[in-house]
Design a protein around this ligand. Structure first.
Ligand SMILES: *Cc1c(COP(=O)(O)O)cnc(C)c1O
Length: 400
């Protein structure tokens, strides 16, 4: 590739034959992945296109520790095979004592597929019409569930579903009742849904897809369901994503009754949805740690954000760059806390800087609004303010 191209350039006389090796080396990518490190200045905490959650330093260290050979499925004491990912399962068990057992698969969608296949293939999944949601990028929950061979038994209406609706359809054909958290929209007005607590009184399993992966309640997000509360309310199985509000690697968490988790784990499909050692390592570190970058972004103090935006603006103005400070609103995004608006502050720049900032390294992605490029600082660690300053200066000089 790069060598042939350099030789071709030499043949055309564009470079000397002596510099073929140098030209080839210069054309090599700077690292072995084409994935570009990116600073998220969009103000969307979990931006699916930017890889959702940013891993904690502890999770990154865990990834490195597990990257070579590791005892993921091996007991160093006995020299025998051991349960895969047991440290991760222990961490989840400690974080959610109400769960009798846990299992981890590739993502939230995989968790639903495994539950539907193992517990309801050839039978019915009872679900409210108000909870048949599209997650994003055309991914629709009903399609996903039906492709497993389970059939959906829709109950209620878009805006209202009652306990009677569920009661009237459950029977020997019921695999389970599924409650889905509407994680990317809100409904208001003449609406009602049935709580997990009420559904738990019915004689069929209740599976709750909480979506965002919170393990226990967070006072900052009172409308977001969490695994501990749902299990205490009587849910039999919880499914969730690991890379949303939990702030970990892409993964699908399954927590609940031991007999159900056993059925999931021993189903042939479980092997196809199995997570690798890197995921297990990063997830364990995330669950054992306290403050993920997602958690920190949610809690960044607004007056601190204001002060940082002013600092960046002043620094840029000193070197002749047009910059302002504007008040803005950040959101959780990526399937969590719909409707929640977090006050924030941004540096406003000329919109023609958007492309040069996106194509530099690290890429800086903001959002263009009302003819200005806004860099919302909520998801930008303070340690990167200087990097942002330098990148804006370079981009401005490139425009001149
Ligand atoms: C995000 C989400 C999913 C899909 O999870 P992935 O990890 O993206 O596969 C499923 N259900 C709900 C409610 C979600 O919010």
């Amino acid at each position: 590739g790069v060598v042939t191209q350099a030789q071709e350039r030499a043949r055309r006389g564009e470079i000397s034959t002596d510099s073929v090796a140098d030209a080839a080396a210069a054309a090599l990518p700077r690292r072995a992945t084409t994935l570009r490190p990116t600073i998220n200045a969009t103000g969307v905490i979990l931006h699916t296109n930017l890889g959702r959650a940013q891993l904690s330093a502890a999770a990154i260290e865990a990834l490195q520790a597990a990257a070579g050979h590791t005892d993921v499925e091996y007991d160093v004491e006995t020299g025998q095979r051991a349960q895969r990912g047991r440290g991760t399962m222990d961490a989840l068990a400690a974080a959610v004592p109400a769960a009798e057992a846990t299992h981890v698969v590739n993502n939230g969608a995989a968790a639903l597929v495994l539950a539907a296949t193992a517990l309801a293939a050839g039978r019915e999944i009872v679900v409210s019409r108000g909870e048949l949601v599209e997650i994003g990028d055309g991914f629709r929950l009903p399609d996903l569930l039906e492709c497993t061979g389970a059939s959906l038994r829709e109950v209620g209406t878009t805006n209202r579903t009652s306990l009677r609706d569920y009661e009237s359809v459950i029977g020997p054909d019921t695999g389970f009742i599924l409650k889905v958290h509407p994680s990317n929209f809100t409904m208001s007005g003449f609406v009602s849904a049935v709580s997990v607590r009420d559904l738990a009184g019915l004689p069929v399993p209740v599976v709750v897809d909480t979506g965002s992966g919170m393990l226990s309640p967070d006072p900052l997000l009172p409308d977001e369901p969490d695994a501990s509360t749902m299990l205490a309310d009587g849910a039999d199985l919880i499914t969730a994503s690991g890379d949303k509000l939990l702030g970990g690697p892409q993964s699908g968490l399954m927590l609940g009754r031991a007999d159900i988790i056993d059925r999931l784990r021993s189903h042939p499909l479980a092997r196809a949805l199995r997570v690798d050692k890197l995921t297990l390592a990063a997830l364990e570190a995330t669950v054992r740690g306290t403050e993920s970058p997602t958690w920190q972004s949610l809690r960044r103090d607004v007056s601190e954000l204001h002060a940082r935006a002013e600092g960046l603006r002043d620094g840029l103005r000193q070197v002749g760059v047009t910059a302002d400070v504007v008040e803005t609103v950040s959101v959780v995004g990526g399937g969590g806390a719909p409707g929640l608006e977090l006050p924030s502050w941004a540096v406003a720049l000329k919109p023609d800087l958007a492309i040069p900032l996106r194509t530099t390294e690290p890429a800086i992605v903001g959002r263009v609004e009302h003819g200005r490029l806004l860099l919302d600082l909520r998801c930008v660690p303070e340690s990167l303010d200087q990097t942002v300053h330098c990148a804006v200066l370079t981009a401005t000089q490139g425009q001149a």
